[in-house]
Design a protein around this ligand. Structure first.
Ligand SMILES: *[C@@H]1O[C@H](CO)[C@@H](O)[C@H](O)[C@H]1NC(C)=O
Ligand SMILES: *[C@@H]1O[C@H](CO)[C@@H](O)[C@H](O)[C@H]1NC(C)=O
Ligand SMILES: *[C@@H]1O[C@H](CO)[C@@H](O)[C@H](O)[C@H]1NC(C)=O
Ligand SMILES: *[C@@H]1O[C@H](CO)[C@@H](O)[C@H](O)[C@H]1NC(C)=O
Length: 345
């Protein structure tokens, strides 16, 4: 008798009451090593006079691929704060206000990015919302060699730059001439490049990690080979530029169709951004793990793509920024854009 009564009451009470779940943002950008709160809130309409028991579940689909996995489950209002250490993620369920099911993720690693889903279950009702987590830049990087070195060839072709010209193209790509220490650090990290380039001290060198015939032959040991100091006006080479971590964010422009160079520039501008420079693409590849197996225009008129997870049909087996050189500007490709400010940290 009592049971039946309470069921009637339940149905009466919940007719017309709806559960809502919402996240204030769809994409969040965080820095490596930092903390971030993934927002999720739930409420009822019309409002309830007393709290009901709900089940909160956060799950994660890593951007590196794989299956969606549950990272945290909590029952409200009993579990006030749940801490769950999963894959080196420290997750803390926050409850700053009624209906707050936000997730705090601490000490972010490059591999913590992906699609996070917050699901709220109340009896038969089940609502969810999701947030994409992306990383940008790095923090606590004050060392002078903390950045990325990249070889650069002039659009006119191989060995076409005086020292001054080399300095200028690096600046145009949001970078500076690399020092010997920076090049040597990159060599230790695996940079292997068979074309000689200017360095900041006016010497011309190139790093060889895998000796081969066109690069001095098999007889020479791996190392940074030097042509010594060259005449800054008379001699012409390629260049090694250095780009430090970014203040902003490089992203792939979402567009339904491929663009020529002018269209790519305009499309980035219409998105409140600029077409990305080569140094920015390298920094995003190195520090935020940018991985996109589809070539896009850059500001210098080159077409490149960045791979952190080498796979079939995406170039050589090593991670890297691949280049297609400087195709005619009417060719159609994707685009990489750069937004200098981060609005969400
Ligand atoms: C991140 O959160 C943890 C746990 O609340 C805290 O100990 C740490 O200081 C925070 N780190 C930063 C960079 O705010
Ligand atoms: C994520 O990266 C960290 C630091 O580089 C590493 O210790 C951890 O094993 C990685 N986790 C996974 C799931 O690959
Ligand atoms: C640079 O390229 C231009 C155009 O191809 C060519 O005329 C010029 O001789 C080149 N300069 C050097 C130093 O190679
Ligand atoms: C790109 O296409 C537009 C038309 O959409 C055209 O006006 C422009 O001249 C083209 N630019 C190049 C470099 O081909």
């Amino acid at each position: 008798m009592f049971r039946a009564f309470s069921i009637v009451l339940f149905v009466f009470h919940f007719s017309g009451v709806r559960l809502h779940v919402d996240s204030a943002q769809s994409t969040l950008f965080a820095v490596r090593g930092g903390n971030i709160t993934l927002p999720c809130r739930f409420w009822y309409e019309p409002e309830l006079s007393s709290p009901r028991e709900v089940r909160i579940k956060w799950s994660w689909l890593p951007s590196a691929g794989g299956r969606e996995t549950d990272v945290l489950v909590a029952i409200f209002p009993h579990n006030k704060q749940i801490i769950c250490d999963y894959h080196f993620l420290l997750l803390v369920l926050r409850r700053d206000f009624p209906g707050d099911a936000s997730l705090l993720v601490t000490d972010l690693h490059l591999n913590d990015t992906g699609h996070y889903r917050c699901e709220v279950v109340d009896g038969l009702e089940d609502k969810s919302t999701s947030v994409d987590l992306e990383l940008q830049g790095i923090i606590n990087c004050a060392r002078s060699d903390c950045g990325v070195v990249f070889p650069y060839q002039h659009p006119r072709g191989r060995y076409n730059m005086s020292f001054h010209g080399a300095q200028q193209v690096c600046e145009e790509q949001d970078s500076s001439l690399a020092t010997f220490t920076q090049l040597f650090q990159s060599f230790k990290e695996g940079l292997n490049w068979c074309n000689a380039g200017w360095l900041a001290d006016g010497t011309v060198q190139y790093p060889i990690t895998r000796p081969r015939v066109p690069c001095g032959g098999h007889g020479l040991a791996p190392g940074v080979r030097s042509y010594g100091r060259r005449d800054r006006h008379l001699h012409h080479y390629d260049v090694f530029c250095f780009s430090s971590s970014l203040q902003g964010r490089v992203y792939v422009l979402q567009s339904s169709q491929k663009m020529n160079l002018t269209e790519a520039e305009l499309a980035c501008e219409e998105d409140g951004a600029q077409i990305a420079k080569v140094g920015q693409l390298y920094a995003a590849w190195k520090f935020t793990g940018l991985d996109h197996c589809d070539a896009g225009w850059l500001a210098d008129g080159s077409v490149r793509y960045a791979i952190t997870r080498p796979r079939k049909n995406c170039g050589p087996p090593e991670p890297g920024v691949r280049t297609f050189g400087f195709p005619p500007p009417h060719h159609k490709h994707g685009a990489f854009c750069y937004k200098p400010q981060n609005q969400y940290i």
